[in-house]
Structures are given as C-alpha cells and as structure tokens.
Design a protein around this ligand. Structure first.
Ligand SMILES: *Cc1c(COP(=O)(O)O)cnc(C)c1O
Length: 400
C-alpha cells in the first residue's frame, strides 16, 4: 500500500462519506499548481471550486493573514474592528451596493439574502408576501433554506419537507418567471451564470426582463454571484458585465481566496425595509481574520490588474476550448464567460475525461449536464491554458 493510499484509508475511516473524492492527497500549492504528498504536480483548473483566484503562495496575501493572526483572529460581532470596516468599504466600492453582511460561507450568504427579501416583503406588504422564485437547475447551497431554492431534485429529495414558499421557473425564460409571480412574491433569486448546473450564462434579455418585472412589482432581484463573481468573468461581479443591478447580491468562493467567508449585500432602498437589529446574526461571520483576507484580496486584485488579465486570457481560453470542441465528436458545446467555462461531453461521461486528466496532472471539475468545468485561478497565463489543452488532447485521443 503506497503512502497516498494509507492516507486515503485513514480519511475514509473518519470522515462522513458525503464525497467521492479524487484519489489524491494534496499537500501544498504554488502558483497555479497543487502538489500531492509524493511531490507530483497538478495544473489546477478547478481552484478549489472557483475559490483560489490568486493561486497559491501569493506572498502579500499570506503576509496579511499572518499579520492579522498576530493581532486578533476573532472578536464576535459585538465589537467593531478595522479589518471589518476596510473589507466592507472595499466590497461596497467594488459592487456599488450600500450595505453588506459578512458570512462564513456561500450557503449562509444565500440564507441571509432570503431572509432579507422576506423581511422586506412582509414589512412593506404584510405577512403574505414571502414567496421566492428560483430557477430550475440552479445551485445555491446545502443548508435547508439554500437547498429549498436549489432547483435540483437529487439534492432536494432526501430532505423534504423543505422551506415553503418557493416557486421554480425556467432559467432564461422570462414568461415562465412571470407565470410564477403573484402578490405573494417578495424576491427572485438567480445565478447570473449558473455554475453547478453546467455553466449557463443568463441572457441579456432575461436579466433586463427580470429587472423590469422586479421594478414594476417591487420584487427584490437577488443575484447569486458566489461562483461567477469576484472577477471570474472579467468584471468584479458578473452582473456588472450585463449592466443589470440587483437589489440584493451574494458573494463567497473567491471572496476570501481560501479563507472561508461569504457576504450578502443590498441597496439602501432595500435595507430601509429589511433586516434590523436582532433580525440576523453570526458568531464568526466577518471576523477580523476573514475580513483581513477579503480586504487584502481586493487590494491584490487591483495591484495585479486581475480584471484586465481575465479580460485578456478569458477569450484565449474560450478560443482554445472552441477548437477542442470542433475537433472531437465527444465534445458537444462550450458555454461560459471569461474564466468560467464549461464544455459539454456527448456519448461519454465527462467524469471519464476528468479522471484521465487527473492521471496526467491536470485538475478539472465536472458540472451539470455532463459538462467539464474550467474555473482556474484568475492569475492563470496563456502558457498554462496551452498546457491544459495539450493534456486534454492526450486524454481525448485515448478515448477515441
Ligand atoms: C458554491 C455555491 C454556493 C454555496 O456556497 P458554499 O460556500 O458551498 O455554501 C451557492 N451559490 C452558488 C452559485 C455557488 O456556486
């Protein structure tokens, strides 16, 4: 039994079996590579599920974390602290929102957004205004509230009954949303680009139509930017690329670049009728350590010109993937924006390609609809994209 196998066996003895993990024990990372316990390098096109935007070993980011550890890691939200102020200011500046609440995860950000929308509806229109419209094939997280707005039968089924007052509509189908709207609707939640569902960008008309509908009916438009936000599409938040501003938005994943942190934010107009003192809370959420990470992430994005970089390498990745799709019959379609791309496989399981890529030192993720998902660190360079494509060529040739 080799060393990695021993580690894997130990893991399987203690951890709840909620994941089928890849058979690799990761020990460290540098740049856009991860290394296993045997020193094998893996080119990382998954970034820990779209989290590690700065890659691994960014000295400035690490220095900021260490420095904050030396001061104070946690205070609770009963006191003010400087990292919280700075992270909040930078988040609002980047998003154009007016109020932010930091959470520990994406799911909690979604919970907060749902609560904020319900509070708004009830405070302004009375007890019956509590329904949320969500999209089919969406993903918003695994807690009961977030799961209740996640349009995936497989994820929902074992946990029913879920939170009530949720209606589903078809993504990119405005008429379907309109049919679901009633006097009871307080919010519409939508991923600007569906991630787990298979990398499906919202259409311009859909988001514009939703906005118009929401303004007309005073329904809150909630964009879940947990995966597609933080620069992944070449704007800080994907909705900025559409020019359609939500009333509430969520963030997480790359927000802390690995330190667990999320956020939900809203406009002042929303906040005026929404969560008040005592309505919501968290013990750790937005603690000094998490906020020091967020604050430094925004600094590094600026210093490294991350958005410009994504706008440069994103189209290159897109073009190289298009080339693959045109060459192999087992690849059906490319979808996505910037460094959030998906390629749908046909005739063979996407997982088969992904497993072969792993054997050749390339980390990829799957997504819904039998797709391969490409969400690399945002500091990825064209040479890494070339290398990734070369490995994929090898895998696809093997598969015939
Ligand atoms: C990952 C994800 C979530 C859930 O985030 P967690 O941090 O895993 O709770 C919610 N929404 C979207 C769009 C996501 O991609």
């Amino acid at each position: 039994m080799d060393r990695q196998e021993q580690y894997r066996n130990r893991a399987e003895q203690v951890l709840l079996h909620t994941y089928s993990r890849f058979p690799v024990v990761i020990e460290r990372g540098q740049g856009v590579y991860l290394y296993d316990t045997e020193g094998r390098a893996y080119l990382d096109f998954g970034a820990g599920i779209a989290v590690s935007a700065l890659g691994y070993g960014d000295a400035d980011y690490e220095k900021a974390l260490v420095s904050q550890i030396g001061k104070v890691i946690h205070t609770s939200n009963l006191y003010y602290h400087i990292p919280g102020i700075e992270a909040g200011e930078k988040f609002l500046k980047a998003s154009g929102m007016d109020r932010v609440f930091f959470t520990n995860s994406g799911a909690e950000a979604v919970e907060g957004a749902i609560k904020a929308a319900r509070k708004y509806g009830k405070k302004k229109y009375g007890q019956e205004r509590y329904e949320v419209i969500a999209m089919e094939h969406s993903f918003h997280g695994r807690t009961i509230g977030a799961l209740s707005v996640t349009g995936n039968e497989k994820y929902q089924e074992p946990f029913r009954p879920l939170m009530g007052g949720v209606r589903f509509a078809a993504f990119n189908d405005l008429d379907s949303v309109k049919k679901a709207v009633s006097e009871k609707t307080c919010g519409i939640i939508v991923e600007t680009i569906q991630g787990e569902g298979g990398i499906y960008p919202a259409s311009q008309e859909f988001l514009e139509g939703l906005k118009e509908l929401c303004v007309q009916e005073d329904i809150l438009l909630i964009f879940d930017e947990i995966q597609c936000g933080m620069g992944r599409t070449g704007t800080m938040f994907a909705w900025q690329g559409y020019g359609v501003k939500p009333d509430i938005m969520t963030s997480a994943k790359a927000l802390g670049c690995g330190v667990p942190v999320g956020a939900f934010a809203m406009t002042e107009k929303t906040a005026a009728f929404s969560l008040e003192a005592g309505d919501h809370g968290t013990t750790y959420g937005g603690n000094p350590f998490a906020c020091a990470a967020v604050s430094k992430v925004f600094d590094r994005y600026e210093q490294l010109g991350i958005l410009e970089h994504v706008r440069k390498v994103g189209p290159y990745l897109e073009a190289r993937l298009e080339e693959l799709v045109s060459q192999y019959g087992c690849l059906k379609e490319r979808r996505g924006t910037g460094l959030m791309q998906g390629v749908e496989a046909a005739g063979i399981p996407a997982g088969e390609i992904i497993n072969r890529a792993l054997d050749q030192g390339l980390l990829l993720l799957s997504a819904g609809n039998n797709s391969i998902r490409f969400v690399p660190p945002l500091v990825i360079e064209t040479v890494h994209i070339d290398k990734m494509v070369k490995i994929l060529h090898n895998c696809l040739k093997e598969l015939g």
